[in-house]
Design a protein around this ligand. Sequence first.
Ligand SMILES: [Zn+2]
Length: 306
Amino acid sequence: MKWHERIRYKMSPQTGSIIGWAGFFAALFIAIIVMGKGASNGMTRETGAVVLVAGLLIAGLFAAFWFVFGRCYECGRMPRPSETFCARCGARLDRSKAEAEALKEQSREPSEALAEAERNGRDLTETMVSSEDIFDGVVLHLFRDTIKLPDGNTSTREFLRHLGAVCVVPVTDDGKIVVERQYRYAVGQTMVEIPAGKLDYKGEDRLEAAKRELREETGYTADRWTDLGTYLTAPAFSDEKISMYMAEGLHKGEQDLDDDEFLDVAEVPLDELVADVMAGRITDAKTQTGILKAARVISGRRKRDE
Ligand SMILES: [Zn+2]
């Protein structure tokens, strides 16, 4: 990609047309004001001409900027600065092409084969007949429900309700990922994981929770956050949903751990972590998912920037 293509790729057409439009008229306006003032103060003809030429030249540069960077990235039309959606093709003009492409990958339609399977599929819904509250703890709420199966017979389902959680893939400026070593009592192992934590209450803003967990566990704050989607940890027996984010533009600060929380922080190159995931050395689900998704987003960006 050439430098001007790169700018076009990263700047929204609306920003391009606003800068071009405002600069064009501001340059003309200032030139006219200066010439008007100069005429009444006895400015010479030559100086007036220089001001006029300079004003036109600067206005011309802004017009060129407008012409190059203020174009719809879908159809090439030059929209008015006030247009948020292209009047010809409907593309979002307040978004750069780079952003539009990143969003497209997240919001794409399901594959044709899956859509077909869904259209032709049976209704597999199971409905509750009765519910038994087995245990209500600090983190987990265990139930045993009697349910009606799609064929009308009954069965039981044991499952956990969970507040939900967030996890973060923190990427340093030199392409390393901040990971933690933490002992997990349930599996009796010290695991390598990305920073993560439970929501504090039902309905808590997930991005805010992610910012808090990153800061408390690693000490880092971040300038840029990218949504990597959500996933269900273990839908066979729990409704725990984890939202994933990638954090970039990191700033080091102080850790702030809970009294019962012990963890080490390390920085590992992304490529090596991907290899560790593929080799089965990293077994934590959110870490596998987060690392592979972040790697895909980063390599996609690299391809687009080439
Ligand atoms: Zn268009």
